[in-house]
Ligand binder design. Structure first.
Ligand code: ZN
Ligand code: ZN
Length: 225
């Protein structure tokens, strides 16, 4: 939760809610960042305008009982503003100033502008770029794509065709190491100490069946290996 706060995103509670609605009503008016409305809307435009009435209706139907019962998520929601200023602004600016004598101006420019703006755009690219450009090795009937460039800038979140085909897989890609998937290694690391648990993934047989049945036969990690 603290590392999430460094990225300066909306509270975890809202992120989880939007994410669930995005998957359930993907690329319809119920989807908060419906990529059918174009690159700009799915990238950042959706944050700038009023939410679609269909989204407002759908988000009320989504079950959020698990996260409202999670004290860490609710702490993050309650102190979102304080956590943002401490972990996304104050600490990233203070560290270079204190530890390697960076000037305050340079620390602010690099951390509050360059770093923060890049992080936001990298994360948003999953909703925009990975819904428009790339391969569909797992399900050719849906728009989400596998995009190596998105994986590169997000630490492995670019296997988006896979993620929408098997959304329950904690790896969000076919293999823990494919397409620079540092995120799944991070989750695995925490599973070693018991902080992440009940990790789910589909059987390799099911993945192969899906690839052969509904994939577009392009650029499949398990076929390339
Ligand atoms: Zn997702
Ligand atoms: Zn998506």
């Amino acid at each position: 939760m603290l590392m999430y706060s460094i990225a300066g995103l909306n509270p975890i509670f809202h992120w989880v809610k939007d994410h669930r609605v995005h998957h359930k009503y993907s690329e319809t008016d119920g989807d908060p960042h419906n990529a059918k409305r174009g690159f700009f809307f799915s990238h950042v435009g959706w944050i700038m305008v009023k939410r679609h009435p269909e989204y407002l209706r759908r988000q009320r139907e989504v079950d959020l009982s698990d996260i409202t019962a999670d004290p860490v998520v609710m702490f993050n929601k309650k102190y979102a503003r304080e956590l943002f200023y401490i972990f996304c602004i104050a600490i990233p600016v203070a560290v270079p100033v204190i530890f390697w004598s960076e000037t305050l101006l340079h620390a602010i420019l690099t951390q509050c502008f360059t770093r923060y703006v890049l992080i936001l755009n990298f994360i948003w690219s999953v909703n925009s770029v990975a819904h428009l450009w790339g391969d569909r090795p797992y399900n050719r009937a849906i728009n989400p794509r596998d995009n190596t460039l998105v994986s590169l800038v997000t630490g492995g979140e670019g296997s988006h065709n896979y993620h929408h085909t098997f959304p329950w897989d904690y790896k969000a890609s076919e293999f823990p190491y494919s397409r620079l998937n540092l995120t799944s290694l991070f989750i695995r690391g925490f599973s070693q100490i018991g902080w992440a648990y009940d990790l789910r993934e589909p059987s390799p047989t099911l993945v192969q069946e899906v690839i052969h049945k509904i994939g577009d036969k392009s650029n499949v990690p398990s076929l390339i290996r």
